[in-house]
Structures are given as C-alpha cells and as structure tokens.
Design a binder for this molecule. Structure first.
Ligand SMILES: [Fe+2]
Length: 436
C-alpha cells in the first residue's frame, strides 16, 4: 500500500512537471530574428537586440572571445504596432558589459526555445589614439537598396568600426502592419549583427509617434534612441532628432528636452579634459540645414537652423558655433552634397589654398543616397556659393578619424561600381568655439 501511495505521488509529480514543461514549451514563434548590435553607454558595452513573435520568457546572449563560454541576460518588451492588425512582437535587449577592448567576440542570441545563428563583432581599441572607420548614409529602404551589397561586403570584411544610418528606414517600418519593418531589420542583419548600427529618426519613422523606430533600436541613454551621444576613439558623436521640429503634433516637450540635453551634452564635450580626449565633435540628424536640391522645401524652411517659426525657438545653428562642432551630417535628400565651412549661409574657409584646414565654421555633409523606392533627388541648376560638391548617384559615405588633427570623408558611388567621387580632409590644429 505504502509503495502504491509513493508511486501515485510520483506519477502526480511527473504529470505536474509535464504540465509545466508543456506550458513552457508553448512558444510558437520563438526563433530569434532581426539581430542587431549597438554601442551601450561606453564603447566596450555592446547591446544586442532581436525579435521573436512570441514571449520566450527569457532573453539570453551566449558569447565569448573565440567560444560561447560566457552568458548575459537581459529583458524584453512587447511592441504593438499601431496599424489595423495591431501586430505584436517581442523585442529583446541584452547588454554585454565591460568587454575586452580590441577583441573579436562571437555570440548568439535567444533563449531555450531557439538561438540565432552565430555572429561575431570586434570591440574597439581602448582610448582615443586609434583610427575610427565608419560607413555613413541615410534613406535606405527594403526596395531599391542600391548600396546594401557594398555595405554588407565591407562590413563582412571588417572595414567599419561603426555604421551611422542617418534616418529613413524601410519605407516605412510601419507599412503593411509593420511587416515592412520586420523585412528591413532582416535585410540589414548581415551588417547590423556585426557592426554597431547607430541611428537617428527620420520623417519616414513618424507613424504612431515613431513607435517602430523607438521599439526596434537600442541607442544609448534614456531617450528611446531619439537622441544620444557616444565617444569612439578621438570622436564625440552626437545624434539628434530633427523630426521634433516638423511633427509638432506630438508636442513640444521632447523638442525642448532634446534642446536642453544637446546644450548640456555639447558643453560637457567641451570641458577641456573631454575635448582633449575626443576633440572631434560630429553631429548627425536627418533633415539638412543646407541643401541645394530642386524639389525640396525643408532646407528653405530652416526650422532646425533658425528655430521654430515666429519665435525662432530651439535654433540649432548657434549651438554648432558656440560649441565648435566640427562636422554636421544629414540625409533626407536622396543625394550627396558637401559644403564649404559654413555658418548662417556664409562661407568661412580656412584659407584660399586650404579651405578645410582650420576652417572658421562647421562643414555640412548630406548623404541620403543609399537607395530607396523614392529614387534619387536632383539639384537646382545654380547652387549657392556654400555648395562645394554635389552628386545624385546612389552611394554612401566612408569616414576615417585617424587622430586629433585629421578626419577624412569620401563618397562611394555605387552606380560607378564603388568609385570614390569626392573626398575631403578636415584638418584642425585646435578645436574650440568658432570666432564668428
Ligand atoms: Fe527623409
């Protein structure tokens, strides 16, 4: 009798375990996808982000230098798209903190229900005395992504330490109940799972108050990827949302918050001890302050440059002068344009022979020709005097920051098989506010 009771108890226990197990494995769509990485709060923290369509109840990354012998856990949040079907998915985020510098890591992301394929990335070297290499572009969609194969090729060959995607993704991430967003994130995975993919929002992300953008990316800081900064080698990168100036229906609060944050961030970056280590300040946002395209009004309304209509509130160009921002990068126009050093529509070249050596104002670069279904934008026949070079072919920008005095930009034309059609060195003996 006693053994019968024991047996019954054991069977009940087994049944319970089976029930629990059955519940735990009730995870229909739990294979990780859309894996991408970004820098965390410092350059040896890497945040891994991915998507599953059901809740996996855990978010884990197994990783290591050579073997998957370490593990980190994180969290997940349910994202519900604002479209008619209210499609939902789970976005997982895990921070790999305090990684060894200048080290190749392998990783996979997932849970007991499924792991991604194995990816690798290399952490940057320690400190500021090393060559930063970046790809920079905006306006890349699912369809007609001309530059994507070149970018993937270069990313897989280890050519980039960081990628900056300066707004406008997928066209649009919310389209077709966010299926287009899923497809885009799959499409960039071969780059974005290998190289920190740093972003800013563009006008194409505006639906449901930028919810797809805010949910799918994981930029540093507390502002849901809308604005942030990070240091890499000798560069202090600053990312802003120009879209706060144009989608006022979402309110002024975040515009005001961003403006105050930007003022603080740039002031901090200019403290002697910070500017000594990261002397180059490069700011990027989606809609340009200057452009000479034929079909666009955004550069002529000048909300970001001069501030909001009537009151001129939150005007950004004075901050560029006040805090000695070296280069500003934009997209939105589906073309490439480089300006002379420029402030308030006036040119401040360093000298006649060397316009970019110790320039008297920031240099602006518009690079929004990576490729999307809206094709490229043409230019006005006669540009203003501040326009130094412009081209409407599909392509992307390469950036090098070798040291404290020199940085380099070049434009890759993918319609010409990857030919470099423009290049410029910006040289500065000292970094300080402009004397304008
Ligand atoms: Fe745009």
């Amino acid at each position: 009798m006693k053994s019968y009771i024991h047996l019954s108890y054991f069977c009940v226990l087994l049944a319970k375990i089976n029930i629990i197990t059955a519940q735990k494995y009730d995870c229909g769509y739990c294979q990780p996808e859309q894996v991408h990485i970004a820098f965390g709060s410092k350059s040896n923290d890497i945040v891994v982000t991915w998507t599953t369509f059901n809740d996996t109840h855990e978010s884990r990354v197994q990783y290591g230098a050579g073997a998957l012998d370490e593990e980190a856990s994180g969290g997940r949040s349910r994202f519900v798209d604002g479209g008619r079907l209210r499609r939902s998915m789970w976005i997982h985020r895990v921070t790999l903190a305090d990684l060894r510098y200048d080290t190749k890591y392998v990783y996979h992301a997932g849970s007991v229900y499924g792991w991604s394929e194995k990816f690798s990335f290399k952490t940057p070297p320690r400190g500021d005395q090393w060559l930063v290499r970046a790809a920079i572009y905006g306006d890349m969609g699912n369809k007609n992504a001309h530059s994507l194969s070149y970018l993937q090729d270069e990313a897989e060959r280890g050519h980039f330490d960081v990628i900056l995607h300066v707004g406008d993704f997928a066209y649009d991430m919310d389209t077709d109940n966010a299926l287009v967003g899923d497809e885009f994130m799959r499409q960039i995975q071969p780059l974005a799972a290998l190289v920190p993919y740093m972003t800013c929002p563009g006008n194409h992300e505006a639906a449901y108050n930028f919810s797809n953008y805010r949910s799918r990316f994981s930029m540093p800081g507390p502002y849901e990827s809308m604005f942030y900064s990070f240091d890499l080698g000798p560069v202090h990168f600053v990312s802003i949302s120009t879209e706060y100036y144009y989608f006022l229906e979402f309110g002024l609060k975040m515009l005001s918050t961003q403006f105050q944050w930007l003022d603080r961030d740039l002031r901090e970056a200019n403290k002697p001890e910070n500017r000594a280590r990261h002397p180059w300040i490069i700011l990027y946002g989606h809609r340009p302050m200057y452009c000479s395209n034929s079909d666009d009004i955004d550069c002529s309304v000048e909300y970001t440059r001069k501030g909001l209509p009537l009151f001129g509130a939150f005007s950004l160009e004075p901050l560029l002068q006040q805090y000695g921002v070296d280069v500003v990068i934009w997209a939105h126009e589906h073309s490439y344009e480089r300006t002379w050093p420029l402030y308030d529509s006036k040119v401040y070249n360093g000298s006649v022979d060397q316009p970019y050596r110790n320039p008297g104002a920031p240099v602006h670069i518009v690079t929004g020709s990576a490729g999307c279904q809206e094709e490229t934008n043409k230019f006005k026949p006669a540009p203003a005097e501040w326009s130094a070079f412009r081209n409407s072919d599909y392509g992307y920008t390469r950036f090098l920051a070798p040291n404290h005095t020199h940085i380099y930009f070049e434009q890759v034309d993918v319609e010409k098989g990857g030919e470099v059609i423009d290049s410029v060195w910006v040289v500065k003996d000292a970094h300080r506010p402009y004397n304008i």
